[in-house]
Design a protein around this ligand. Structure first.
Ligand SMILES: *[C@@H]1O[C@H](CO)[C@@H](O)[C@H](O)[C@H]1NC(C)=O
Ligand SMILES: *[C@@H]1O[C@H](CO)[C@@H](O)[C@H](O)[C@H]1NC(C)=O
Ligand SMILES: *[C@@H]1O[C@H](CO)[C@@H](O)[C@H](O)[C@H]1NC(C)=O
Ligand SMILES: *[C@@H]1O[C@H](CO)[C@@H](O)[C@H](O)[C@H]1NC(C)=O
Ligand SMILES: *[C@@H]1O[C@H](CO)[C@@H](O)[C@H](O)[C@H]1NC(C)=O
Ligand SMILES: *[C@@H]1O[C@H](CO)[C@@H](O)[C@H](O)[C@H]1NC(C)=O
Ligand SMILES: *[C@@H]1O[C@H](CO)[C@@H](O)[C@H](O)[C@H]1NC(C)=O
Ligand SMILES: *[C@@H]1O[C@H](CO)[C@@H](O)[C@H](O)[C@H]1NC(C)=O
Ligand SMILES: *[C@@H]1O[C@H](CO)[C@@H](O)[C@H](O)[C@H]1NC(C)=O
Ligand SMILES: *[C@@H]1O[C@H](CO)[C@@H](O)[C@H](O)[C@H]1NC(C)=O
Ligand SMILES: CC(=O)N[C@H]1CO[C@H](CO)[C@@H](O)[C@@H]1O
Length: 546
């Protein structure tokens, strides 16, 4: 357990001579105790910057060296931003004359390699098809991070095309970035598709990272990498110039080590954008997500459990996960919530329905073509999914056919989302996610959130674009038997691997979900109960000039 606190450092800084150093598990900078970068949170980094203990340039140097320490074993980061140090210098200069753009001012953040930046970094979704491609301007997300003063430190590896290429591949593999591994067990499946974002946040290669989700791609890597992940409502965050799968399901969100840090990052990226008209559904001013972090959030709350989903899928879920979930429900009840069943009434019917795949295929055909048409430089002349498939088959480094392209082959046989056939398929999604799924369950039971183990939570909210927040809930016992993934190259479950708890809510209920997630996190702090087997050694102290 760490013992450093925000207040400890403030008093230490202001009275260095009479300092009595408290015990701590981190490092010390200029003789002053400071948490290790694997544990540090945003408020602690801000305190260090404000007190002059270190600069943003120091942070960039430390994080870059950490990335290089583990890059050849974990393959987490595909590209460093060559401008990061100059941006940090500028942030330091602004801070020096009293200009602070936001709480993220001068803080390094990594972003998934499908979020475009108009700079020297490539945006490829892990494919050589887009290497060297250029966008005419920053994605709205990247522009918002810059406006908040954050430093985009680099691009993280991912399951190629956000896992929309193969029927049989491995999480976290891309032709461009290689195979990402998790840091909690040698050869760990990092899950996906925001694999590098998950692993980099978990071992402190930046304060936090952005991932994207169509169905599980933030939640699942947050789950297995001991992180908080926020999958925002589709439309809360702009997708403009983010390589798409589905306009109806895609969203971008933070992956961080604490609920509050995730809330700070969400605050910076949420908001309306004329280039993504789904954001016009935002119901009002963006709430203050940081002050939504409320220890008493469960007091008087009605919280549901998707009991029938647990009954149906629980059979295939490992006992440690179910046991931890049952304890979590009890703790939430003990914290003042009323717990009721909130069943997804059409869940069984949904399992044998194929409309969800039709919707994703149809959206990808249209939305990928739109993204390609927005490029200002398109070196391989990729205009649509057929071109992409051809390129991938012809380019040896794409590892076809060992890594297949069956997702595209299937999509290309089908209609796109301008076809009249799209509407009924999409309506089926809205039923299974809505009346028959999460939205109906919330309404019928008058609950403000529904709980599931994160292993079981992503699919139904994905259908309607509703939000989910995951928080660490526990981990497998140290004698758990190792099991491999289907592709045969990754450890999918094993000793000490983490897992999380999901809070699912109505659209645009992020502030409530953050409140619950925080109230649960602060009572349990499961994140601190296990450590990664591999953590970089470089700390800020190693780069600070004294
Ligand atoms: C990651 O490591 C590989 C192998 O050591 C190296 O070639 C590559 O340049 C590194 N990537 C970055 C971003 O430094
Ligand atoms: C602060 O410094 C920045 C960068 O050097 C400069 O652009 C800005 O004008 C300065 N602002 C004030 C209020 O001095
Ligand atoms: C982007 O890709 C080009 C082409 O391979 C390469 O020359 C360049 O170094 C890459 N950019 C970064 C920041 O790695
Ligand atoms: C968004 O814009 C597209 C055309 O750019 C239009 O077809 C669609 O109806 C708009 N959607 C909303 C929700 O306004
Ligand atoms: C929820 O579903 C389970 C079956 O999985 C059932 O036992 C339970 O009674 C249901 N709860 C409600 C309130 O309908
Ligand atoms: C899609 O939903 C419709 C309406 O419920 C149903 O008739 C049809 O069989 C579904 N299609 C597939 C492919 O499952
Ligand atoms: C979508 O399908 C329609 C009808 O088949 C076709 O005219 C259009 O070109 C397709 N759009 C894309 C992006 O493939
Ligand atoms: C729903 O629950 C809230 C408490 O969370 C309560 O204030 C409200 O009266 C309830 N409404 C209905 C219709 O039961
Ligand atoms: C792991 O340890 C627990 C007790 O700590 C024991 O009950 C269980 O049988 C062990 N499992 C294996 C696979 O050895
Ligand atoms: C998936 O790929 C792996 C590795 O090539 C192979 O061993 C396995 O049999 C494949 N599974 C299926 C279902 O095709
Ligand atoms: C850009 C980059 O760092 N690529 C590395 C990713 O990982 C592979 C191995 O899987 C390396 O070969 C690349 O150099």
């Amino acid at each position: 357990m760490r013992t450093f606190s925000f207040l400890t450092l403030l008093s230490a800084v202001s009275s260095v001579t009479s300092l009595s150093i408290p015990p701590y598990t981190g490092t010390s900078i200029k003789g002053i105790p400071f948490p290790s970068l694997v544990d540090v949170d945003l408020e602690e980094l801000v305190t260090g910057l404000e007190s002059g203990l270190f600069t943003s340039v120091d942070l960039v140097n430390a994080y870059e060296q950490r990335i290089l320490e583990v890059n050849s074993t974990l393959h987490v980061v595909t590209e460093l931003n060559p401008d990061a140090r100059a941006i940090a210098k500028q942030a330091d200069a602004l801070r020096g004359n009293g200009t602070i753009l936001s709480p993220l001012h001068g803080i390094p953040i990594l972003i998934k390699n499908n979020i475009a930046t108009d700079d020297l970094m490539n945006n490829t979704a892990g494919s050589f098809a887009l290497l060297g491609a250029k966008v005419p301007r920053d994605s709205t997300i990247a522009a918002k991070l810059r406006k908040a003063g954050a430093i985009i430190l680099g691009k993280t590896n991912l399951s190629q095309w956000a896992n929309f290429r193969s029927f049989n591949s491995s999480n976290g593999w891309s032709a461009y970035g290689g195979q990402t591994f998790g840091a909690y067990y040698p050869g760990q499946d990092p899950s996906g598709s925001s694999s590098g974002s998950g692993v980099s946040s978990s071992i402190g290669l930046a304060l936090a990272a952005l991932g994207s989700e169509t169905s599980g791609s933030i939640l699942s890597p947050a789950d297995v990498n001991n992180l908080v992940g926020i999958k925002p409502t589709v439309g809360l965050v702009s997708r403009y110039l983010v390589i798409p799968i589905s306009e109806h399901q895609d969203t971008v969100g933070p992956m961080a080590r604490s609920v509050k840090d995730a809330a700070y990052v969400l605050q910076a990226i949420a908001g309306e954008d004329k280039n993504d008209n789904y954001t016009s559904a935002i119901p009002g001013p963006i709430p203050d997500y940081v002050s939504a972090c409320d220890y008493s959030a469960f007091s008087g709350a009605r919280i549901g459990v998707a009991r029938n989903v647990l009954d149906i899928w629980g059979r295939y879920t490992d006992k440690p996960v179910i046991d931890a979930f049952n304890s979590a429900v009890q703790q939430i009840e003990g914290a003042g919530a009323t717990i009721v069943d909130a069943n997804f009434t059409a869940f069984e019917q949904w399992q044998s329905d194929g409309n969800g795949t039709l919707v994703l295929n149809a959206d990808f055909l249209t939305n990928a073509a739109t993204y390609f048409s927005e490029l200002s430089v398109n070196p391989n002349g990729i205009e649509n999914v057929a071109d992409l498939q051809q390129f991938t088959h012809d380019f040896p480094a794409e590892k076809w056919p060992k890594r297949d392209t069956l997702q595209w082959k299937t999509a290309l046989k089908q209609f796109n989302n301008t076809s009249p056939k799209f509407w009924p398929a999409y309506q089926a999604n809205l039923f299974y996610g809505g009346e028959g799924g999460i939205l109906g369950a919330l309404k019928r039971t008058n609950t403000s959130a529904v709980l599931l183990p994160t292993q079981l939570s992503p699919s139904i909210p994905a259908l309607v674009g509703s939000p989910v927040v995951t928080v660490p809930m526990g981990f497998y016992p140290s004698n758990w038997t190792v099991a491999m993934n289907e592709f045969g190259n990754l450890v999918s479950t094993g000793p000490n691997l983490p897992f999380g708890l999901s809070f699912m809510g109505p659209k645009f209920s992020e502030a409530d979900l953050i409140g619950y997630a925080y109230a649960y996190e602060q009572r349990t702090m499961h994140r601190n109960q296990i450590s990664p087997y591999l953590v970089p050694n470089i700390e800020i102290a190693n780069v600070v000039k004294t």
